[in-house]
Write a protein that binds this ligand. Structure first.
Ligand SMILES: *Cc1c(COP(=O)(O)O)cnc(C)c1O
Length: 357
């Protein structure tokens, strides 16, 4: 099986090997040391300030999205939420459930966020801005500099879900004035699902510490105080945290820029090789992590996904909802090699020959 989905993705062999080990007891100096190293490396990879902190949440990415909203905002806030697909919609839902006053900036699927979209809200006394920098459901990567400038100008507390972008696209937390960055274990970190991470800058820490606690399990205050000594309030997904540690250490050896370049090269290689296929890019603004492709009129994107899975042993990522039959996604994150692209291209050509595509 070759997995080109957007997560869980394939892990390197050294990560798979770790998966068969016994899970150790964790209230130990040894585990604390590992966690402190995890925090330090994640901060470096995110381009975070020295005073930033990281919360390790046992739960998939959505747990950290929800935790961020309830720990960083309250009834006094008014937030702008970019909604360009199902992950933007998820933040809208979280704000709604937790009574955070929000306005959504709804985008046509496949379209990026423009300065015109933002100018409608200039000077409207919002306090926060929430965005999935890469809206993975449609494969649109928004311009981080545009968002950064807008939030600086309007003095907005900026929350960025970079779950599918971290370690696939560059991230400059401090330079862009991002206050909170969220990521997860099963995307470009390429270990099993189960842990998500939240990087908080000084302003975010201040917000967290002055906000009232509304959820025990997802309370950043207790995660942060336990984290000072490399611990977590409750039993974390210990095995995944050890795998994260090994993966971070190995990427640190070559440098995160090199890893991002590797993903970028894979994406560019794939994008150049589909030129002659009857497929078009769904967006002009893509992350290195994913290529979203639209099939031609009369063809069915979901059938292509099923055929690749059942007949070729290749997993691409289907779409749900109204775009189910029109588009599919090809991920470039995880333990993929250029040869894997060639195998997929060959299979796609075969689908064309068989008139499935
Ligand atoms: C994968 C992903 C998430 C998290 O989804 P989970 O299934 O909860 O891990 C959130 N946001 C984006 C942009 C994602 O790609």
């Amino acid at each position: 099986m070759i997995n080109f989905t957007v997560g869980p993705v394939m892990s390197e062999d050294y990560i798979l090997e770790m998966g068969k080990e016994q899970v150790p007891y964790f209230r130990t100096p040894e585990f604390s040391k590992i966690m402190l190293e995890n925090e330090s490396i994640v901060k470096t990879f995110a381009g975070a300030s020295a005073a930033s902190r990281v919360c390790f949440v046992t739960g998939s990415g959505t747990a950290s999205m929800e935790a961020t909203v309830i720990n960083c905002f309250n009834e006094g806030d008014r937030v702008l939420v970019v909604n360009g697909g199902s992950f933007g919609e998820r933040f809208v839902e979280i704000c709604r459930i937790h009574n955070i006053d929000y306005t959504e900036i709804k985008l046509t699927p496949g379209h990026t966020l423009t300065s015109e979209d933002l100018s409608n809200y200039d000077g409207s006394h919002y306090t926060g801005f929430i965005v999935n920098i890469h809206e993975t459901s449609t494969g649109v990567y928004y311009n981080p500099e545009l968002i950064s400038d807008y939030c600086k100008k309007n003095n907005l507390f900026l929350v960025v879900d970079a779950i599918s972008s971290f370690m696939a696209d560059e991230f400059r937390m401090q330079e862009w004035g991002v206050n909170v960055m969220i990521t997860g274990s099963q995307k470009a970190l390429a270990v099993p699902p189960g842990v998500s991470l939240v990087v908080l800058d000084e302003a975010a820490l201040e917000r967290v510490n002055s906000n009232k606690t509304t959820c025990m399990y997802l309370d950043f205050k207790s995660m942060l105080s336990n984290g000072e000594r490399g611990q977590t309030p409750f039993t974390p997904a210990v095995g995944i945290l050890l795998q994260i540690h090994e993966r971070l250490k190995r990427v640190e050896e070559i440098g995160v820029d090199k890893e991002i370049e590797r993903v970028k090269n894979l994406a560019e290689d794939f994008r150049s090789k589909i030129k002659d296929l009857p497929l078009v890019f769904f967006s002009n603004n893509m992350s290195n992590a994913v290529t979203t492709l639209k099939v031609t009129e009369g063809k069915d994107a979901y059938s292509a996904f099923e055929s690749l899975k059942d007949e070729y042993g290749i997993w691409i990522c289907p779409n749900g909802g109204s775009l189910k039959h029109e588009i599919f996604r090809v991920g470039h994150i995880g333990a993929l090699k250029p040869e894997d692209n060639d195998i997929l291209i060959k299979a796609l050509n075969d689908l064309v020959r068989r008139e499935i595509l």
